[in-house]
Design a protein around this ligand. Structure first.
Ligand SMILES: [Fe+2]
Length: 293
C-alpha cells in the first residue's frame, strides 16, 4: 500500500484546538511562501482541516507590506470623507463599479442556518466603493460590454487613490496566486494544479465604510452572507466588528492581531535597538561583574 508523505502529517495542535474551541486560527505562511516544501505539506493539511470546518483563518508573514495596507486604508478613509454629492458622481450602475451609497444594498444570506438567525429585511448601513481588474477602453471585454468587466471609476479628487489601491490590488493578487499550490495540495492535487486556471484572474475589490452609529433594531452594517469567489482576502483592521459563523452557529470574532500598542494609545516604551535592549535586559536580570570578561 502506498503511503503518501501527506498521510503522515497531522493537523497542528493549535489549529486542532481552534477548530475544537471554534476560534479563528492564526496561521504563519512565511516558511511556505519562502519555498519550504515541508511547510507547504503542513500548511496543506492545516488548510484542509480549517476550510472543512471553520472556513476562515488569519494569516501572518504573508509578505504584503503593512505600509501599503495602511496607506490604502488612509486613501479609502479620504474617499468616504468626500461630500456625498461628489461621491454620487461615481455611483455604481450596470457594471457595479464605483460608489455604493449607504442603505443601497441588502446582502441576502443564502445559507438556511444564517437566514433563520438573521432575518435581514432592511438596507445595510454602509457605504462602498467597488473596483475590478483595471482595464483599458479597448479591452475586448469592455468593448463587448460584458457585465462587471468595464473600465474602473476613480475619484478625480484623490489623485493617489488609483495608484495606491491598484498597488494594493496587485499585491493581494500575487499573494492569492502564491497561496494556490497550498490549496492544490490540500485537495490532494499536484501543487501546480491551479497554475493554468488563474493566468488572468478576475477579482472584485470592495472598500467599505461602516458609520460609527448605534444601529436601530434589525439594521445591520452588512447582512451575514457567504462570499462567492474562489477565495476572499481581507486586510485586518484595528477596529473589531468582523464575525464569522462557526459550524455550530456560534459567531467567532475576528479580533485584531495582538500588538504591544492598543489602538489609539501611545506606545508604552520608546523605540530601542535590539542590542541596547539586550544589554539592559541581561544587566538587569543577571548579577555578575559587568567589567570582567
Ligand atoms: Fe463578504
Amino acid at each position: 500500500m502506498a503511503v503518501t508523505s501527506e498521510s503522515l502529517i497531522s493537523v497542528t495542535e493549535k489549529v486542532m484546538r481552534c477548530i475544537a474551541d471554534e476560534e479563528i486560527p492564526i496561521v504563519d505562511v512565511g516558511d511556505y511562501l519562502n519555498g519550504d516544501i515541508k511547510a507547504r505539506e503542513q500548511l496543506a493539511v492545516d488548510l484542509r482541516a480549517i476550510q472543512e470546518s471553520l472556513g476562515f483563518f488569519v494569516i501572518v508573514n504573508h509578505g504584503v507590506s503593512q505600509d501599503l495596507i495602511d496607506s490604502s486604508f488612509e486613501q479609502v478613509a479620504r474617499l468616504f470623507a468626500l461630500p456625498l454629492k461628489t461621491k454620487m458622481k461615481y455611483q455604481v450602475g450596470y457594471h457595479h463599479i464605483g460608489y455604493i451609497p449607504d442603505r443601497a444594498s441588502s446582502v441576502r444570506p443564502h445559507d438556511v442556518k444564517i437566514s433563520e438567525s438573521h432575518k435581514n429585511h432592511k438596507k445595510d448601513v454602509n457605504e462602498g466603493w467597488a473596483f475590478m481588474r483595471d482595464r483599458l477602453p479597448d479591452d475586448p471585454k469592455v468593448l463587448a460590454n460584458i457585465r462587471h468587466r468595464s473600465t474602473n471609476k476613480w475619484p478625480d479628487e484623490l489623485p493617489d487613490f488609483r495608484p495606491i489601491l491598484l498597488e494594493y490590488q496587485e499585491s493581494m493578487t500575487q499573494l492569492a496566486l502564491r497561496m494556490l499550490p497550498a490549496y492544490a495540495c490540500a485537495l490532494e492535487m499536484p501543487a501546480d494544479y491551479f497554475d493554468d486556471k488563474f493566468t488572468l484572474p478576475e477579482f472584485y475589490n470592495r472598500c467599505s465604510w461602516y458609520p460609527p452609529s448605534v444601529l436601530e433594531t434589525n439594521y445591520l452594517s452588512v447582512g451575514p452572507h457567504a462570499d462567492h469567489s474562489s477565495m476572499t482576502y481581507l486586510p485586518l483592521m484595528d477596529v473589531p466588528g468582523l464575525e464569522v459563523m462557526a459550524p455550530s452557529g456560534k459567531w467567532m470574532e475576528v479580533a485584531p492581531l495582538p500588538t504591544c500598542v492598543s489602538p489609539g494609545d501611545q506606545p508604552k516604551y520608546d523605540p530601542v535597538a535590539f542590542h541596547d535592549y539586550q544589554v539592559s535586559y541581561l544587566d538587569g536580570n543577571y548579577f555578575y561583574l559587568k567589567d570582567s570578561n
